[in-house]
Ligand binder design. Structure first.
Ligand code: ZN
Length: 77
């Protein structure tokens, strides 16, 4: 299942974890289990068209890196 996420100060919904604008876990303000009707991120859309969109349950390199980044920030101070 793809989860759509949105940052509080961003009007676009993202669903590709390798999108450069994909919010950090702690910055996500809203989530949607279904495709939003509007304001889809153009970069995520392009990745989907190119079949380069990383999402879903498979733990990929980006997901691990993101998790590590969050941990580093939380425990690194
Ligand atoms: Zn995006």
């Amino acid at each position: 299942m793809v989860l759509y996420v949105k940052k509080a100060d961003d009007k676009f919904w993202h669903w590709c974890k390798n999108c450069s604008k994909y919010p950090e876990l702690e910055d996500i303000s809203e989530t949607m289990p279904q495709k939003p009707a509007k304001n889809l991120c153009p970069e995520c859309y392009g990745k989907k068209e190119d079949k380069d969109c990383e999402n879903g349950k498979s733990d990929n390199k980006t997901g691990v890196a993101t998790t590590k980044g969050v941990f580093a920030r939380r425990y690194g101070r």
